[in-house]
Design a protein around this ligand. Structure first.
Ligand SMILES: Cc1cc2nc3c(=O)[nH]c(=O)nc-3n(C[C@H](O)[C@H](O)[C@H](O)COP(=O)(O)OP(=O)(O)OC[C@H]3O[C@@H](n4cnc5c(N)ncnc54)[C@H](O)[C@@H]3O)c2cc1C
Length: 462
């Protein structure tokens, strides 16, 4: 008899799945089996870093991105090596640190680091399952996973990295933001409506312009908050002096005062927001559920507009769209978007009014953002058996900071983790690269510490 190696199954091979795999390969220092389940061919890229538009830029500076925990400059060094051609040009390194590179390039970097990490571990058996996981059932200390087009598998540990699921549902009925339309369907249009006013709206608008769209854009959003710009240079987080209040109103006032004080001392307000971000998971978990709900209802649009920022140059192009009248911003809610011949007819209720107006456009895209699909068969299977439960706001699953999933009865389910955006309702600040990488590392550390008793004894065949 010998111990069978631990089997770790990562479900979802987007950015989070790749980061989780890399963390396990770095942290688990004994032989193990790594299974990565991903139905698409673009392992490591996911929805953010794929090939939708090669020119879409990251909204984070090169120096602040890394898929390796504890190596903050890793993407910068990788990008530098792609461009430097052996000259070791210090100016290029410094310049790159502050730039916003194409997202597709970041996807390439993540893929490369994933396969390097696998190659560096001759004692780890990797299996990539090109399928959709349709259920996960806990039996004793193990999980049985079923797929749409692959054999059933068993694992000791399951790391869910499925984020928003397979098919983002579009509640309004408009086109999904990254629906690949032939460029002539964009360039030939005269009018376009973009529902939502965040970073995805900016991607779609500027992508349409690149595809030759010269018509008028109507941006519709409930609050009309547009993304703010990054500071001209990277800023050092500035301590906001935020009290650990359990009242949302005290927190928002403290942030506003800290931003004003920073500006008065010629420090960009962005430094304060960066500082708040670094303690936001703790702040969020300290707030009562009702205060969290109040944040979601009233403060979120303003916070998102300051937290999810645009590179200065991109912000300038967005401003020019509105200043020059090529785009207009309407405050209101789209209640429905119906096909109308080749175009769309939107039913729109302006803010503060009960009246519903119709707006007819050639193209309409829903840019209101993704939400995890709690109704997917995989998530449903876990919730139905009580191994997982939705968070209080039904934004995802209830998790601990390291991603460990909380069961219906309260305590964590041994061996089950939900990483990245699936934990947004529990942790709030967990949808972007630095937080995802930190969480994956914490999850991998806890796996590395799993007692060998968790591993099964198997009979040797010879
Ligand atoms: C457009 C966009 C731009 C962004 N830009 C930045 C940025 O510049 N900087 C930053 O820090 N953050 C950025 N983010 C945020 C962050 O990086 C993403 O949220 C992150 O990529 C999430 O990755 P993920 O792997 O969790 O999700 P996804 O990329 O959605 O990957 C999930 C994967 O799971 C698979 N999957 C789903 N269900 C199943 C199933 N049942 N079985 C098997 N596989 C399944 C899917 O096929 C998919 O590949 C951006 C996000 C978006 C959407």
């Amino acid at each position: 008899m010998r111990k069978a190696p631990l089997t770790v199954c990562v479900v979802g091979g987007g950015f989070t799945g790749a980061a989780a795999s890399i963390a396990c390969l770095a942290r688990i220092d004994r032989p193990f089996r790594l299974i990565v389940v991903e139905p698409s061919a673009s392992l490591g890229r996911g929805v953010a870093y794929g090939a939708h538009h090669p020119l879409h830029l990251l909204n984070v500076r090169t120096r602040d991105l890394s898929v390796r925990a504890g190596q903050p400059g890793d993407f910068l060094n990788w990008a530098f090596r792609q461009l430097d051609q052996g000259e070791n040009h210090a100016g290029l390194h410094d310049g790159l640190a502050h730039t916003f590179l194409p997202r597709q390039l970041f996807g390439e970097y993540v893929r490369e680091r994933f396969f390097e990490a696998v190659e560096g571990r001759g004692d780890v058996e990797l299996q990539i399952v090109n399928a959709v996981a349709t259920s996960c059932v806990k039996e004793g200390n193990r999980f049985t996973l079923c797929f749409d087009r692959a054999e059933t598998l068993q694992a000791d540990v399951v790391l869910l990295a499925t984020a928003y699921g397979l098919h983002a549902s579009i509640p309004t009925g408009a086109l999904a933001p990254f629906d690949a339309l032939p460029p002539e369907r964009i360039s030939g249009a005269k009018t376009m409506a973009l529902i939502g006013s965040g970073l995805t709206m900016v991607d779609v608008l500027l992508g349409a312009r690149r595809d030759g769209f010269q018509g008028k854009v109507t941006v519709i959003s409930k609050r009309g908050q547009l993304p703010r710009p990054h500071a001209s240079k990277g800023v050092v987080p500035r301590e906001s002096g935020l009290s650990r209040s359990k009242r949302l109103s005290s927190l928002t006032t403290a942030v506003a005062i800290a931003c004003a004080a920073a500006e008065a001392h010629r420090t960009p307000w962005q430094a304060v927001i960066n500082s708040v971000r670094s303690s936001l998971q703790d702040i969020w978990q300290g707030l009562p559920v009702e205060e969290q709900a109040r944040f979601l209802r009233h403060v979120r649009p303003l916070w998102d507009a300051h937290r999810h920022r645009l590179p200065l140059e991109v912000h300038g192009r967005l401003q020019a769209e509105f200043n020059e009248g090529r785009a207009v911003l309407l405050r209101g809610q789209v209640t429905k978007a119906e096909r109308d011949g080749d175009g769309f007819r939107l039913m729109l209720r302006p803010r503060g009014s009960q009246r519903v107006e119709a707006l007819t456009v050639d193209r309409a895209f829903d840019c209101t953002g993704h939400r995890p699909d709690l109704n997917s068969p995989l998530i449903q299977s876990l919730v139905a058996q009580g191994a997982a439960r939705p968070d209080a706001h039904r934004l995802g699953l209830a998790v601990e900071p390291n991603g460990q999933v909380l069961s219906k009865s309260g305590p964590p389910t041994r061996g089950l983790f939900a990483l990245g955006p699936l934990g947004q309702g529990s942790l709030w600040e967990i949808t972007a690269v630095p937080e995802i990488v930190r969480q994956c590392d914490a999850a991998a550390q806890s796996l590395a510490a799993l007692e060998p008793s968790a591993e099964r004894e198997v009979e040797l065949s010879s």
